[in-house]
Design a protein around this ligand. Structure first.
Ligand code: D61
Ligand code: MG
Length: 346
């Protein structure tokens, strides 16, 4: 169905979608004039439109830091995700990445499409990074170092237990939560949130991604990628890939439901974390991804399509979440609504 068809079928979506489009256009026009910053923000736009939109409201200094933090970790993740790079090449790059960000001459080409552009022009990101305040630079360096080391560890190791799963998610997303708290704190607008709560916000988002992306990850060429913990899937099938075959549909959905239930453990912490953010712009920046995650989990629960293609929130629903998430009361409302949807499927 084309986008006009989608709008006509769901007329409620028309208004938020239009607003979203206008906001995106406005954000695009705000791209700064210095060429390296212009590149960084247009890159951000290309890889994640909704993210670029939500960071607009942050103050300039913090926004610049968050933009660079994102691009650096996205570049690191591009190295991690590229299954065509041999392990002996990949591991040293991941481990030394926090030093490469200071080196305008460092270069490593990998990834595809927008991610390839990001890697090829990485020196531009370095240039912008070096203009950030020392406090921001150190927080970004620290997280990049720990994430790179964690990714390297899991290149050579399978996610066996639920503890491994939490550990992997800590490296790739929990640490983003910790780093963001440090950036918010460095911008002097927030008290430093506890590491454990910051970690949970990342785990909740990453686990949602891992659940939703099952098929994409298992079908990855030349080598599939597996993040679902053996401790969970081995109760249902002999090999993780067996979940995608039609004859295992019943087991697949049961396993999926256990995965969703596992990620719901973090909801309490996430709500606690968000309720302690007094700055409205920072609050929205943190709350929107969390609401999207609970919405995605509600859609995935009991849904065989996770094993057949991509399960995504409709664009109109995404637009609504972006425009209706302003206060903690909105967040509680959204979590309540999506929890009811989940409950009806249990
Ligand atoms: C508040 C607001 C945003 C938050 C947060 C708290 C806590 C954690 C996060 C965002 C991170 C959430 C990551 C969830 C999505 N997962 C991925 O993108 C996977 O890659 C993980 C490593 C790279 C992380 C890059 C990143 C992401 C979001 C950020 C950020 C940096 C910096 C600032 C703000 C948000 C996933 O990516 C591939 C894919 O999904 O296509 C993967 O490789 O598993
Ligand atoms: Mg990755």
């Amino acid at each position: 169905m084309g986008s006009l068809g989608a709008i006509l079928k769901h007329p409620d979506d028309l208004y938020p979608l239009l607003k979203l489009k206008m906001a995106a256009r406005h954000a695009e026009k705000q791209i700064p004039s210095e060429p390296h910053w212009a590149f960084c923000y247009s890159m951000l736009h290309r890889v994640s439109r909704s993210f670029a939109l939500v960071i607009q409201q942050l103050g300039t200094e913090l926004r610049n830091a968050v933009c660079i933090f994102y691009l650096i970790l996205r570049a690191l993740d591009t190295v991690e995700d590229d299954t065509s790079i041999p392990t002996e090449v990949k591991v040293p790059i991941l481990i030394a990445f926090h030093r490469h960000i200071y080196d305008r001459n460092w270069h490593f080409s990998c990834g595809t499409k927008d991610y390839k552009v990001l890697m090829d022009q990485f020196h531009v990101v370095s240039t912008a990074f070096l203009e950030l305040g020392k406090g921001y630079q150190e927080a970004i360096e620290d997280i990049t170092k720990r994430m790179g080391a964690g990714m390297a560890k899991f290149i050579c190791k399978e996610v066996e237990t639920i503890d491994d799963y939490d550990e992997y998610c800590h490296y790739v997303a929990g640490l983003v939560g910790l780093g963001l708290s440090k950036l918010f704190n460095a911008s002097e607008s927030e008290d430093l949130a506890s590491d454990s709560l910051s970690n949970s916000t990342g785990l909740f988002l990453q686990k949602t991604n891992i659940i939703r992306d099952y098929l994409e990850d298992i079908n990855e060429i030349p080598k599939s990628r597996m993040f679902w913990p053996r401790e969970i899937w081995s109760k249902y099938v002999n090999k993780l890939e067996d979940l995608k075959y039609e004859e295992n549909s019943v087991e697949a959905v049961q396993c999926l439901n256990e995965m969703v239930t596992n990620s719901l453990i973090h909801v309490d912490d996430c709500l606690k974390y968000m309720s302690a953010l007094p700055e409205p712009a920072i609050f929205r920046f943190c709350a929107i991804p969390q609401v999207m995650a609970i919405g995605t989990l509600a859609m995935c629960y009991n849904n065989i399509n996770v094993f057949r293609g991509v399960v995504k929130m409709r664009r109109g629903l995404t637009a609504q979440v972006i425009h209706r998430t302003k206060t903690m009361a909105d967040v509680y409302g959204a979590f309540f609504d999506f929890s009811c949807m989940l409950k009806s499927k249990v």
